[in-house]
Design a protein around this ligand. Sequence first.
Ligand SMILES: [Zn+2]
Length: 449
Amino acid sequence: MTTPEELRTAIAEAMPQAVADLERLVRIPSIAFDGYDPTPVRASAEATAEILEAAGFGGVRLIELPGGVDHPAVYGEVPGPAGASSVLLYAHHDVQPEGPPERWTSPPFEPVVRDGRLYGRGSSDDKAGIVVHAAAMRAFDGRPPVTVKVLVEGEEEAGTQHLPFLIEGHRELLAADVLCIADGGNWRTGVPALEVSIRGVVDVRVTVRTADLAVHSGVYGGPAPDALSALARILANLHDDSGEVAIAGLARLPWHGIEVDEAEFRRDARLRPGVRLLGHGSIAERLWSAPAVSVLGIDAPGVREASNQLVPEARAKVSLRIAPGEDPERALDLLTEHVLAHAPWGVEVQVERGEGGAGIRLGDDGPAYAAMTRAMELAYGRPPVRTGSGGSVPLVPVLARAFPEAEILIYGAADERSQYHSVDESVDLGDLERTALAEALLWRELAGT
Ligand SMILES: [Zn+2]
């Protein structure tokens, strides 16, 4: 079998092509959001298919979405030796809108390398994932020691509407022992990570009514309450005085993984100097395995339009991040009960439940996790750290449901400087190479176990 050193050399040789492939993909503004022309999304699917085919994938084809939605996914596969285990590689070829072009140091869709990093929209999220998969296949000359399937989605950034069609509708095609999601990232440049914990999210809209009509605040104020004050009391009770989430009964898991440095966190969160962190426990636990509640917006008269009237109705959107494994419906019940229980003065309160998405805690004691740990140690010279995601990643619970026996690994070429979703998105080309090498070494490890 190919030795690790042979793979290291082969990946190094595949890098010029990988960088050229990434530049080609970054030039295509494949934004799958509503209101954007889908033509570039199809073009990036076609370019992805060509890149995968040139790297050695067979049976490469586009998977069209239903309802005439022009955001095709791309599929390809290479069968391994008889009896070999199988991996499904995932990435997405659509990107976030570029934001204000004048805030980019160089144009978002004109790839450019500065100081060893390739800049451009999608360079890290997630066109890097596509070229990582292609480079790993190249390193084996199109003859991998395990069965390799690849799925590159075309509207990851734009919604989850077609995920069930894509995953559950192609269960037999996609089934594999190990699911490799190359849409995560390194902890720091050169420090690999495996993401093991993803929070879920639910939200509600809370409407408070106190009167049929706005009336004069001088004539009626005092005895008559206003809806905004009542809503403020409800919202104030979402946290206790220490800032801990006050909604009773929500799950919270212990955290065993990388710790988050407070100074770095404060800097990244752009917090003002005197602002204290909320709640208790380690910062990583609070971020990745505990609930978090935030008020996202309020509908009420704005200050400029405010007149001397008692506000009769006010509305807020409340978002609740939930611990991995927490049932979203149960969390919505608890949040709704909490809101209703804290309504003051007999005011009318209506709670509309929004969408809910579950989080997940991934296993880190399976053979694929161990194999990827060894692979990353060889590729990076250090083992991966365990990280989590505070935001939800709808794909992962969908995959876990469709393939309950499969092990899921989340990693990627991005790092803490990648600024994905923001301006000046970039990927470190050294990490791109190390990620591709780790993936190739993973296949080798899986073939040996
Ligand atoms: Zn992504």
